[in-house]
Design a binder for this molecule. Sequence first.
Ligand code: CTP
Length: 450
Amino acid sequence: MKKVITYGTYDLLHEGHIRLLERAKALGDWLIVGVTNDSFDRERGKLNVRNDVLERVDAVRATGLAVQIVIENYMGQKIDDILKYDVDIFAIGSDWEGKFDYLGEYCEVVYLPRTEGISSTMLRAASEQEIRIGVVGCGRIARRFVPEAAKVERAVVAGYYDTLREAAEQLAAESGAGVVYDSFEELVDAVDALYIATPHLSHYEQSRYALEHGKHVLCETPLVLCAEQAKELFAIAEHNGVVLLEANKTAFCPAFNHLVTLIKSGLIGDVVGIDASESKLWNEEELRRELNPDEAGGSLYEMGSYPLLPIVKLLGTQYDNLNLYSRLNDKGVDVYTRGIMLYSGAVASFQLGLGVKTEGNLVVSGTQGYAYIPSPWWKTDYFELRYEDQNKNKKYFYSWDEPGLRYEIREFLSAIVEGRLRSSRLTPEESVAMAEVMSRFTERKNFFEI
Ligand code: CTP
């Protein structure tokens, strides 16, 4: 008996799907159809699949073409399925030409011509609007953002504004789309959502203006440097029914989220200690902006929200005590800051360096084991859970798509599409807590110069 397997989302099942399934079936005697589950699709960037996995399975079953239906849950499952079900042929539409050649080691790979003129995307687009995003601040990070947004369904970068008009024009030219606006207000007026990538000190005013005008905001980290301002912004967002999200890229990456879930599931027992560190040893010229005292430069403001993320996610936002120790340069900017946060039953510490090098790993210590996430842990793609009995140690691998901004853009877009005002991946309370640490530093309370 010849077994054939094929995979797809099969959203809003259409003629193209049916013709593909008919031809795949005709290649053998037994057709297995893999249907992607909802979270797998979401991780792949398909945010607006209309039918849930059960509806999609029902639709495939109703065609009467599949003998067996399996759910595709993870990357790499195709090989597992081919071996498990002893498959002879893997068939897929020609839009995937070449992408599955690697399966040739396990079975025959056949690309079937795709039916022209129809797709689930087209059917969805017929009734759905795109989310028009305006970019404010067209510097280094915005230049990474624009190509990443192109990878997220429904996201369209529609406009740009920068106080330096040439920067906006250059970015518009690079991306080949979108309008350059003369003022921030005109940009806000023209779009559905804003990506704010201006210097830290502009975040508050610009976010507030956009939120007050009913626009969703994805604001670069640090959102603001003061807890009161953060609270105010989230309150305005809630009042106006729009999304406000801090663009802390680590918070939205799949591997980091899995790490948090595993730790919260008790795999290393109770968390009693967290050590997180990040540093950049660039020369002074390269760090000019990061160390500029007039633009709230310094290691804590610049990078603090990364190590603070695992701390607030795993130990919560209510700490009992915070001590900060910094070495300042001649302009009074911290080139190195070490923070110690005391929680009931746990303690966390972090180190940040700009022009100072630290070991950039993350270690979470628990009563039954510890998690080790090597540098650069803020782009998590690999971690280990380690135990006294080393036989129990486990390594976890994931992919991290550079530069890693697509994850936060996906979450932002899906929050907008689903009308979800909070993201569990980075809650308003967590953003407020990070801003609170920044405020404590600003007030120089509890702060020691070394
Ligand atoms: N397919 C096809 N002809 C079409 C659409 C899809 O042959 N017009 C095939 C795909 O190549 C794939 C299978 O149907 O082998 C399932 O594809 P899926 O991704 O679910 O369908 P699309 O309509 O391409 O969905 P989307 O637009 O969301 O990518």
